[in-house]
Write a protein that binds this ligand. Sequence first.
Ligand SMILES: Nc1nc2c(c(=O)[nH]1)N[C@H]1C(S)=C(S)[C@@H](COP(=O)(O)O)O[C@H]1N2
Ligand SMILES: [Mo]
Length: 391
Amino acid sequence: MLEQRKVVTAAPENSETPLDKVCSWVTPNRLFFVRNHFAAPAIDLSTWKLTVEGCVEEPMEWTWDDLAALSERSVFATVECAGNGRSFLRPAAPGVPWGAGAIGHGEFTGVPVRELLERANIRPGAVEVLFEGADEGTESDHPALMHFARSLPLAKALDPDTLLAFRMNGEPLEPAHGFPIRLFVPGWYGVASVKWLRRIEVLDRPFAGYFQSVKYTVRRPNAAGKLETVPVSSIAVKSEILRPQPGTVLGLGANRVFGVAWAGERAVAEVEVSVDCGSSWQRAQLLGPRVPYSWRLWEYRWEVAEPGSYTLLARAIADDGQMQPLTHDPRNGGYMIHHSRPITVRVVRSRRVEDQPSDADWILYDMNAYAEENTRFPLDLELEFALGEGI
Ligand SMILES: Nc1nc2c(c(=O)[nH]1)N[C@H]1C(S)=C(S)[C@@H](COP(=O)(O)O)O[C@H]1N2
Ligand SMILES: [Mo]
């Protein structure tokens, strides 16, 4: 059977990338996780419009054809829902009970938001830019009808990598991923990337909407050291062991531990693996380019001589030296769950593992094929892959 997304809730759709099956750098659109708060709106391109208004000299309305005439740009990035991994928290946190799969990595193509904001001519005093989706609904603690909406600080909105995206992995956006246009904010938790975009408003004060100040927030100390509520923003450093899955029975010999690691706006510098519940750590082999936004695939060749129960951990290190923690930060509540999660497996004598070809060989083959195929597009990233650090 064809692989599918793993459904967590059917209506609205909330579904995970089947992470245990991942064996490519780019997550196919069909398998890329979906996080919808309300029913996905059906949008007709011929009547679709995008309004740019607020603290600007020239409010504007854009049609699909107007936007398509601007020059486009592509960014590879990891998208993670801020609630990813919530079901592993003890005590349980309220919200969608995500496993590990509210994450994916892909190529997003569109027009920088900056192009529209420059044409609208931002007035002095602007501080944030609000993005509103066409979807609407209510929440149990917000019975009044509202659109899904989020804001960005002005500087992030003007970053040339912040896109009005209309293609994902070279294909038009699927309805579930925000057709026809979504905001795409590389390096930030998925909630920033508003789907089914219909309105942009430049603000002269911070936005205090439901998904900005009630949901998708964490507690952080302010300049005076006092904890305050702030919206989630850039993605924290994290890794995930994809294979073996917890409870797997392995044999003696050369086993392979395979996973992914990402660090939001930073590149992943290193991944370490422990096979003794964190007493000692060894370096994993990294696959793919060391670039901001993108996840890296990794593999560790684990030679096992003794049968028994083993607890595996992985931890990623970002290129600014920040290391993935071993415990959840309670100030994050049900969001930003990025600590290392122990995976326990059993190794038995009756099974002998022959040194199999590693996933790494297949993955590199795929990456090179993808790079080859994409040489016709003006990519901002040098797509040439080799094993290890020598790239
Ligand atoms: N309009 C709209 N945009 C949205 C959402 C939504 O419910 N409505 N969900 C957000 C959240 S929380 C995430 S994690 C990402 C998920 O993007 P995806 O469904 O394309 O993977 O979309 C974001 N943008
Ligand atoms: Mo999310």
